[in-house]
Design a protein around this ligand. Structure first.
Ligand SMILES: Nc1ncnc2c1ncn2[C@@H]1O[C@H](COP(=O)(O)OP(=O)(O)OP(=O)(O)O)[C@@H](O)[C@H]1O
Ligand SMILES: [Mg+2]
Length: 255
């Protein structure tokens, strides 16, 4: 099976601090990969390196059989990937349709195609009722939905979603899950981070767990769960500070 993402010894240092510490990822095409880890573990930093937003300090990367660090290949990769970043970075003073038209034209789609796909995506994600609003007036969940619509619009082969389900209502979450399942079953790949393990358990076929910048687990969901829940396996791999749990004695009594 061909590989969508492969890294060897991926490293990112910020000044003296090592945020991503020798990560070896392997994501086959057609898989739904959940990238888990506690706050500050290095998930977003990894996604930024895989999508060309951040230069690694060291290591090797392959994305869709190309090298994102090679300027002659990185544009071709960008044409084939969709990204919903953690900080959504939408433009403020545009409507959803204007934003999607801008994104579609950036990907060289013709105007009728952008219009058709935009209407379908806005309807799917329940954003048609707010068409006159500017994105700066959107709620957080609405902004996430528009960012997802923009990522899907060019029909990418590989989709990166950094906490895209967080803050989205239950109905939309269910619609997005169905859409992504269809997307993966046609052979495309999703690389997703989420703190909602229930969503990861429902969607993902493969899971990687990162802690303190190191990949501590990478396998199929069934192998990782080993008969127990993903949550207990996650806590086992990542560790929990039992001392911190016991230390808030002042919170037990009302003032
Ligand atoms: N630009 C930066 N400069 C310095 N340190 C950074 C920078 N970006 C990230 N870091 C540090 O790198 C580490 C990993 O951050 P990252 O954003 O990748 O975590 P994360 O796993 O996405 O966490 P979360 O679940 O909270 O989103 C953190 O300790 C963070 O403070
Ligand atoms: Mg993050």
């Amino acid at each position: 099976m061909s590989i969508a993402i492969e890294t060897r010894g991926l490293l990112k240092r910020f000044d003296g601090f090592v945020a991503v510490n020798g990560v070896d990822l392997r994501v086959e095409r057609g898989t739904f990969y959940g990238f888990l880890g506690p706050n500050g573990a290095g998930k977003s930093t990894t996604i930024k390196m895989l999508t060309g937003l951040l230069m690694p300090t060291g290591g090797e990367l392959r994305v869709l059989d190309r090298n994102p660090l090679d300027p002659s290949e990185s544009l071709e990769i960008k044409k084939q990937i969709g990204v919903v970043p953690e900080d959504l970075a939408l433009f403020d003073n545009v409507t959803a349709r204007e934003y999607l038209m801008f994104v579609g034209r950036m990907y060289n789609l013709d105007v009728p195609t952008v219009q058709k796909r935009s209407e379908e995506l806005l309807a799917l994600l329940d954003l048609t009722g707010v068409e006159k609003k500017l994105t700066m007036e959107y709620s957080h969940g609405m902004q996430k939905k528009l960012a997802l619509a923009a990522a899907l619009l060019p029909n990418p082969n590989l989709l990166f979603l950094d906490e895209s389900f967080e803050g989205v209502d239950a109905v939309t979450s269910s619609v997005i899950r169905q859409t992504l399942n269809t997307y993966v079953s046609r052979g495309s790949t999703v690389f997703l981070t989420s703190h909602v393990l229930e969503i990861v358990e429902r969607l993902c076929t493969h899971v990687g767990i990162i802690a303190d910048g190191k990949l501590v687990e990478q396998a199929s969901l069934d192998e990782i769960r080993q008969g127990s829940s993903l949550e207990s396996r996650f806590i086992e791999r990542v560790g929990r500070d039992e001392h911190a749990l016991q230390s808030l004695t002042w919170l037990e009594d009302a003032s």
